[in-house]
Design a protein around this ligand. Structure first.
Ligand code: ZN
Length: 203
């Protein structure tokens, strides 16, 4: 309405929260207060639903990381798969055993076995860069030639059994072992790899 009390025509109006909720309710939809909360976890932690046609964005990478981490926490509890130490959950990340970019679509969907939990106190990076590898029996050994500065970082790991190594994950560890056993090949990227068919959207 105008100040004179006549009708005013318009196209875009601010909608307050209450009005938005009512509209959604009338449309039979439910709103989630926290935009991040439960968006993907709520569906299921048994299967990641992202597929090859997904735009592989930073958002998608975060969503996948969240999914993988939650799934691993449920499966294995909050311990690092490499050093075995128990940590608060936020200090553990889901690490791809075989990098996402090297996985087939089927392997990517094998979320429970293609990833593991690694702590942010070094295990995640030592594994990703191949300084530590997991042998066929599941025992950790030295992989890529170690820079002098990190030598003592792997002392506690070599000879330990990796908690995530089992029949289902064996093939992924074998790939990692082969990629990093003693020869320094392509240094993995610390950032996500969008893969050949997908689109990178970074702002
Ligand atoms: Zn660790």
């Amino acid at each position: 309405m105008t100040t004179a009390g006549t009708l005013n025509r318009g196209y875009f109006y601010n909608l307050d929260r209450e009005g938005a909720l009512q509209l959604l309710q009338q449309a039979g939809l439910k709103i989630n207060d926290d935009p991040d909360e439960g968006r993907d976890e709520a569906a299921s932690t048994a299967q990641y639903l992202g597929g090859p046609s997904d735009k592989w964005t930073l958002g998608a990478a975060r969503t996948e990381q969240r999914f993988l981490r939650n799934q691993q926490l449920q499966l294995r509890g909050s311990s690092c798969s490499l050093c075995g130490q128990s940590f608060p959950e936020q200090l553990l990340v889901a690490a791809h055993i075989k990098p996402r970019s090297a996985c087939s679509e089927k392997e990517r969907m094998d979320t429970a076995n293609v990833s593991m939990l690694a702590c942010l106190f070094g295990c995640d990076a030592l594994f990703e860069f191949g300084y530590i590898v997991v042998g066929e029996s599941g025992v950790m050994q030295v992989g890529n030639p170690l820079p002098e500065q990190v030598g003592n970082r792997i002392e506690g790991l070599v000879g330990r059994k990796c908690r995530a190594h089992d029949e289902q994950s064996r093939g992924y560890f074998a790939w990692h072992l082969q990629a990093h056993s003693g020869k320094l090949i392509n240094q993995p990227q610390r950032t996500f790899d969008p893969g050949p068919l997908t689109e990178r959207v970074l702002r």
